[in-house]
Write a protein that binds this ligand. Structure first.
Ligand SMILES: [Zn+2]
Length: 471
């Protein structure tokens, strides 16, 4: 017996009838607002080529590290899901068999955000009316694949259907941005912009760092083996990215450590890193110094800076060796901000032209560090609940722990931060519902008037991301 797939129109709203009604009224006014997606990881090639997506497995399962990690935790090997080891052959070629295996395990995702996002995609994007389970696997596989073959499911058509006003992708510092150039030249009206993510040339712990720095010099005609030339090359790449629509940079660092070395010490450090004659701690100090250098460049060129700190990436060494990055082997770590950011804030903290948006995987810092910092320093803004915390209860925890100290206006609204293009409406819909649920509580307990809450709901869904990211 298959179960109907039903999305409750009042899902995630408070159970109390008065607050539930308030939340429903607030949500009705923001549900249809355009989607502003200022940070994410969709592939710009989709929008330049506008080719059909391949099939259910390669679209919905393989790129989704949330799904892979849960399946793996329950003993499903990535080989069984058809993923090929680095440099190896695909082990399972039959995609229908892979989809059946995934469907048999769909119960693992009960009460997780993956289930919420996927059910939203299945119901609203593909119009499916029964829930995914072992017995509906073939129906899903056939229906999704048939839909993907139609014009209405091409990337550009979906971009319009989803109501996306602007979508930011993320590219490394050496990326030629060919797809963004092609999109701009195509005459299509969709706004897909890039984001400058220079970790490939600022993180000495990357195996390809030295080669990347050399390539940075070749691309820009600067002597990237000298500290001065390296900085000049980075400025040129930032200008190149700005020309292709970027309004922001993004920095994925293991910690939030910043440093403000004298030019002479910074030059010596760079020399040791490249030599390579690294001492213990040099790589971390270099990343720290580069955050401050990037902040200075942001003051000069107006790009908004994002810091995504605290992920221990590729923790599972065997998985990483066999399958590479982004397969679900990344974890939150304890992260410090107040001490770590001090060198950078000593320089730029009071600047009103510079914006630094902070993200954390360490929820314990929301009320202890992040909200107090953002509620004081003019340059600081709080990014939304990130990654592991992009889920109903976690988003509510974020509001509960930050609003009383930082208010709403030191936040930047929602980021979907996803490579799963089809789930973008689901994620924004969920974030809007949670914000309305929280605001309804404030109205229900006489802490806000309903018209103020309605105003904040629009700010969080639409105005704040546009303002914070200068879109
Ligand atoms: Zn991201």
């Amino acid at each position: 017996m298959s179960r109907p797939l039903r999305l409750d129109p009042e899902r995630f709203f408070p159970a109390d009838p008065t607050e539930r009604a308030i939340a429903a009224r607030l949500f009705a006014a923001v549900e249809g607002l355009p989607i502003v997606s200022p940070h994410g990881h969709t592939d710009p090639a989709w929008f330049s080529a506008n080719a059909p997506f391949e099939d259910a497995v390669s679209l919905l399962l393989w790129p989704d590290h949330y799904l892979l990690r849960m399946l793996m935790s329950q003993g499903v090997a990535l080989e069984q899901l058809g993923l090929s080891p680095v440099g190896g052959q695909r082990t399972v070629a039959d995609r229908r068999a892979i989809w059946r295996l995934f469907s048999r395990h769909y119960r693992l995702f009960r009460a997780t955000p993956s289930r919420l996002w996927l059910d939203h995609v299945f119901a609203t994007v593909f119009g499916l009316e029964v829930a995914l389970a072992a017995e509906t696997a073939d129906h899903y596989f056939d229906a999704i694949n048939a839909a993907l073959a139609t014009q209405e499911f091409r990337p550009r058509a979906l971009f319009d259907r989803f109501g996306i006003e602007v979508l930011a992708t993320t590219e490394g510092a050496l990326d030629p941005l060919d797809h963004h150039r092609a999109i701009a030249a195509s005459g299509w009206s969709g706004r897909v912009i890039t984001t400058f993510r220079p970790d490939d040339v600022t993180d000495p712990d990357r195996a390809d760092f030295t080669a990347n720095v050399r390539r940075l010099g070749e691309l820009t005609g600067e002597d990237s083996a000298s500290w001065r030339g390296y900085l000049a090359a980075l400025k040129k790449r930032r200008a190149f990215f700005r020309k292709h629509g970027a309004t922001a940079t993004d920095h994925g660092h293991p910690t939030a450590l910043t440093a403000d070395l004298s030019p002479r010490r910074a030059q010596e450090l760079f020399g040791r890193i490249l030599a390579p004659k690294q001492r213990r701690g040099d790589a971390e100090l270099f990343r720290a110094q580069m955050l401050t250098e990037m902040a200075q460049m942001s003051c000069d060129d107006g790009m908004v800076m994002q810091l995504h700190a605290g992920a221990w990436r590729n923790h599972n060494q065997i998985l990483f060796n066999r399958f590479g990055r982004d397969k679900g082997g990344d974890f939150p770590t304890q992260t410090n901000f107040t001490a770590a950011l001090k060198p950078l804030l000593d320089r730029f903290g009071s600047s009103r032209e510079f914006t630094l948006i902070l993200f954390t995987l360490d929820e314990s810092t929301y009320s202890r560090e992040l909200a107090p910092l953002a509620g004081h320093y003019p340059c600081l803004r709080l990014g939304p609940a990130w990654w592991f915390h992009d889920a109903p209860d976690a988003m509510l925890r974020f509001r509960r722990q930050t609003t009383e100290t930082a208010g709403f206006y030191n936040c930047v609204g929602f980021n979907d931060d996803t490579r799963a293009f089809f789930s973008i409406p689901a994620r924004h819909n969920l974030a809007r519902r949670i914000d309305c649920a929280y605001l309804a509580e404030l109205v229900g307990t006489s802490r806000l008037e309903e018209d103020e809450a309605a105003d904040v709901a629009v700010d969080l869904a639409y105005r704040l991301p546009k303002a914070a990211y200068r879109l």
